[in-house]
Write a protein that binds this ligand. Structure first.
Ligand code: FES
Ligand SMILES: [Fe+2]
Length: 431
C-alpha cells in the first residue's frame, strides 16, 4: 500500500515531476526504428512522458525527435515537409534540423539573421536494436548510450514488437514482479495437460511456495532478485531475475536459451507502450520465429496499422465464457492479453495503491516501488541515479540452475550468478 502522494509520485512522469525527472536521466525507447523507415520519410507523432513530439529522419537517415509544435506560432509540425535535411513547417516555411536548429526562416526579411536565435526543442536520439532511443533530460547530464547485451546480437537473434497499453506504465511493470498471478491468470483448468511446455504449476508457483531463501539486492541498474527453492526430487533450484531502472523487466518465462524483456514506456500517465523483446545468443530456429511472428500466443495479433492488440479493452478482450467455464482459467486466448485485461483496469488506468491489501507474495512489487521512489526522492535532493552512468551494469540476464539439495543458499546463488552474464543458458524448466 502506498499513500496517495507516493502513488502520484510513482505514476506521474510529465515534465517537472520527480519520476518524470528520473526517467529523463535514462536513454529510453521513443519508437520502433521501422516507424521512420528511411531518409526523408513521413514524420510521425510521438507522445512520450506526456510530451508531444515529432519523429523523422533527415536526408542522411539520421533520426530526430523534436517538439510537435513550431516555435513561430505553434502550428503542428506533423504536417511538415521533410526535405533536404530538415522538417519545414507548412504554415510559414520555417525549417528545423534534427538538432533543433532553425536552418531557414523564409517568411520575413530579418529571417536570415533571426533564424540563428531560434531553436525548437530537440532530444538526442540514435538508432540501435530496432529502436530509436532518446534522452530527454538536461544536456549536461546526458549519460553514455545503453549497452544491453541484446543490442549487440544479430537481427535473427532478436524479436521485438510494440504494444499500446491503456494504463499507467507502472501497473504493467508490476505484472512482471508478481509470482503468484501466473498460476491463476495464465493457467488452464487441466494445467496444460496436453501442452506441458506451457505449464506454470511446477515452474513458477511451486518454486515460490517452496522457497527457502530470497533476497533483493540493490544494484547500479536496479534490483537483482535471487531466490532458492526446493524441488520435488530433493534438489534445489536457484533463480535470478532483474528489475532494470527505470521500467524494464527481465520477464522470467522463457528459456532454455531465450531471454525476455518487457520495457514499459509512459506515453502519458494513463497509457504506455510495451516493447516486448525475446533474444538469444543463438539464432532463432524457424519454428521459434514462426511462433513469435504468427503464433499469436506470445505476441498477440495486432489491428493492422496500429499497436493495439485485436483482443483489447474495447471488445472485453474477446473473452470466451464457454472456454472459461470448461478449459481456460480466463477464457482469454493470448498470454499477454490475459495480463492486459487485468492490468489495464485496476480501479481504472492508474491504480489507487492506497486502497490495496498486499500479502507476502506481493513483496517483489513492494521492492520495485521502493527502488523507484527512493531514486526519485534522491534525485530531488541532488543525488544522481547510479544506472545511467554505468550502462555495462545492465549486461545481465535471467538465470536458473539446479543444484544439490545440501548446497548452501549462498553457493546456490553464486552458481546461478555465474550464468547471468554472457552466452550461458538456462536449464530448461522442468514441468
Ligand atoms: S507556425 Fe510554423 S512557420 Fe509559422
Ligand atoms: Fe502475466
Amino acid at each position: 500500500m502506498l499513500s496517495v502522494e507516493e502513488n502520484d509520485m510513482l505514476t506521474q512522469t510529465g515534465p517537472g515531476t520527480p519520476m518524470g525527472d528520473l526517467f529523463r536521466r535514462h536513454w529510453i525507447p521513443a519508437l520502433l526504428a521501422e516507424e521512420i523507415p528511411g531518409a526523408d520519410c513521413t514524420p510521425v507523432r510521438v507522445q512520450l512522458l506526456s510530451e508531444n513530439l515529432i519523429a523523422f529522419r533527415d536526408s542522411d537517415g539520421k533520426p530526430g525527435l523534436i517538439d510537435a509544435y513550431c516555435p513561430h506560432r505553434g502550428a503542428p509540425l506533423f504536417f511538415g515537409r521533410n526535405e533536404e535535411c530538415g522538417l519545414r513547417c507548412v504554415y510559414h516555411g520555417w525549417k528545423f534540423d534534427v538538432n533543433g536548429n532553425c536552418v531557414d526562416l523564409p517568411n520575413s526579411p530579418e529571417g536570415e539573421t533571426y533564424k540563428d536565435k531560434v531553436n525548437i526543442k530537440a532530444y538526442p536520439s540514435f538508432d540501435k536494436g530496432g529502436i530509436i532511443w532518446t534522452y530527454m533530460g538536461p544536456a549536461d547530464k546526458e549519460p553514455p548510450k545503453p549497452t544491453f547485451e541484446w543490442l549487440e546480437v544479430g537481427e535473427n537473434q532478436r524479436y521485438l514488437r510494440k504494444y499500446w497499453l491503456r494504463c499507467n506504465y507502472f501497473q504493467a511493470v508490476e505484472g512482471d514482479y508478481d509470482p503468484s498471478h501466473a498460476y491463476f491468470l495464465h493457467s488452464t483448468l487441466d494445467n496444460n495437460e496436453g501442452n506441458p511446455g506451457r505449464r506454470f504449476g511446477a515452474g513458477v508457483f511451486n518454486s515460490f511456495l517452496n522457497r527457502t531463501f530470497a533476497d533483493y539486492i540493490d544494484t547500479d541498474y536496479g534490483i537483482m532478485n535471487v531466490a532458492v527453492s526446493t524441488t520435488a526430487d530433493g534438489q534445489q533450484q536457484a533463480n535470478i531475475g532483474h528489475f532494470y531502472m527505470p521500467s524494464y523487466s527481465s520477464a522470467g518465462i522463457a528459456g532454455p536459451d531465450v531471454f525476455s524483456s518487457n520495457m514499459r514506456i509512459p506515453i502519458d500517465d494513463e497509457s504506455c507502450y510495451m516493447y516486448r523483446l525475446r533474444w538469444s545468443y543463438n539464432p532463432f530456429t524457424d519454428a521459434q520465429s514462426a511462433e513469435d511472428k504468427y503464433g499469436g500466443y506470445t505476441y498477440p495479433e495486432q489491428i493492422p496499422g496500429t499497436f493495439l492488440a485485436v483482443e483489447n479493452k474495447d471488445n472485453e478482450y474477446l473473452i470466451d465464457r464457454v472456454a472459461q467455464k470448461n478449459y481456460s482459467f480466463t477464457g482469454i486466448k493470448a498470454f499477454p492479453v490475459q495480463d492486459l485485461a487485468l492490468v489495464e483496469d485496476q480501479w481504472g488506468p492508474r491504480a489507487h495503491r492506497n486502497l490495496e491489501r498486499l500479502v507476502s507474495s506481493d513483496e517483489s512489487i513492494i521492492k520495485v516501488r521502493r527502488r523507484l521512489l527512493d531514486a526519485a526522492r534522491a534525485l530531488m535532493e541532488g543525488q544522481e541515479p547510479s544506472g545511467p552512468s554505468n550502462p555495462d551494469s545492465y549486461r545481465v540476464h535471467t538465470a536458473r540452475v539446479t543444484v544439490p539439495g545440501d548446497m548452501s543458499a549462498q553457493d546456490a546463488i553464486e552458481a546461478a550468478k555465474s550464468r547471468m552474464v554472457g552466452p550461458s543458458t538456462w536449464e530448461a524448466t522442468k514441468a
